[in-house]
Design a protein around this ligand. Structure first.
Ligand SMILES: [Fe+2]
Length: 312
């Protein structure tokens, strides 16, 4: 009996330790990931793209705000944000303060479900199910118009179901964006079409990397697809990895750089055909306030250096 008691006690202490680590330490252990992506024409100068996603910012999160603020020192050429910026109706000023130095750099954004709807209290383990709450019609709205106005204030391009071109350091970048596919807000019919032959590269941007969106972007000739939403699985098994992606993407692509092509499904990136698009999924910088834990999945931002295809 004493052995059973000791075992139960030991498991309880270990569980409390893991929960403390996941909620107090790892959730705030921000890290910058760096990848080279060979998508530019031969002879093009490298282009540095800072990708931010899923801040789920609350005004009181000063460490996160300061860390994001400091990313301007990377001197990126372009900033992309893929949504889920805020987690409260008073978070927009704090977010714009965190982005203050980045807003003066050319940029583009799409929104996520958590830019529309406030988080609601729910079982954190629901993140591990296929039925993660989408929020539509059941939760309070967030100040989306204020958020969009702030992000656009110094020139960032709103890619909500839009297609746009930007000239960045003399290179012509074509963007294709959709509203959040997790809410079924994506209107691919409005943005589909072949990649512009005049563009040096076409970037496909989405909050949630659902296969229907990745297939469309890849079929239309996007060189690189950039997404967030998955939180990298958020609560991962050390030594194994993610259990879920919170969408229909396979767990091998839950974060980091991989390849995608029409109909890729769960086929490994190692079997990518020639000309397959690159896919970068960010594990994001935050969590919903109702599930404030990260395990074996540090919060991250990404610096993508686009280089000529010949350097692939
Ligand atoms: Fe998110």
């Amino acid at each position: 009996m004493r052995a059973v008691t000791k075992t139960v006690l030991g498991l309880g202490i270990a569980g409390t330790g893991v929960l403390g680590w996941a909620s107090l330490v790892e959730r705030n252990a921000f890290v910058l990931r760096r990848y080279d992506v060979p998508v530019l024409p031969d002879g093009a100068a490298p282009l540095r793209v800072l990708h931010l996603s899923d801040l789920h910012l609350l005004p009181r999160q000063r460490a996160k705000r300061a860390w994001v603020h400091s990313l301007a020192s990377l001197d990126p050429d372009l900033v992309i944000t893929t949504g889920d910026n805020i987690a409260a109706d008073d978070a927009v000023p704090a977010l714009l303060d965190a982005y203050e130095l980045l807003l003066g750099i050319p940029g583009a954004f799409v929104l996520g479900s958590n830019d529309y709807f406030a988080p609601t209290l729910k079982n954190p383990l629901r993140y591990l199910t296929r039925h993660h709450a989408r929020g539509v019609g059941t939760t309070p709205r967030l100040p989306t118009a204020d958020l969009v106005r702030g992000l656009r204030s110094q020139g960032w391009v709103d890619l909500t179901n839009r297609r746009r071109c930007l000239s960045v350091r003399g290179q012509r970048i074509e963007f294709v964006g959709v509203d959040d596919p997790h809410l079924d807000y994506d209107r691919l019919d409005l943005v589909r079409g072949p990649a512009s032959p005049d563009a040096d590269v076409t970037l496909g941007i989405t909050h949630a990397p659902y296969q229907r969106v990745l297939d469309a972007y890849a079929a239309d000739g996007a060189g690189l697809i950039i997404a967030g939403h998955t939180h990298g699985g958020q609560v991962c098994v050390p030594g194994y990895g993610a259990l879920v992606t919170n969408c229909d993407l396979d767990t091998s692509r839950v974060k980091g750089l991989s390849r995608w092509w029409p109909g890729a499904g769960s086929t490994p990136s190692s079997q990518a055909p020639e000309g397959a698009a690159w896919l970068e999924v960010s594990a994001g910088l935050g969590t919903a306030p109702t599930a404030p834990v990260r395990l074996a999945c540090r919060p991250e931002a990404t610096l993508l250096t686009l280089v000529p295809r010949s350097q692939g």
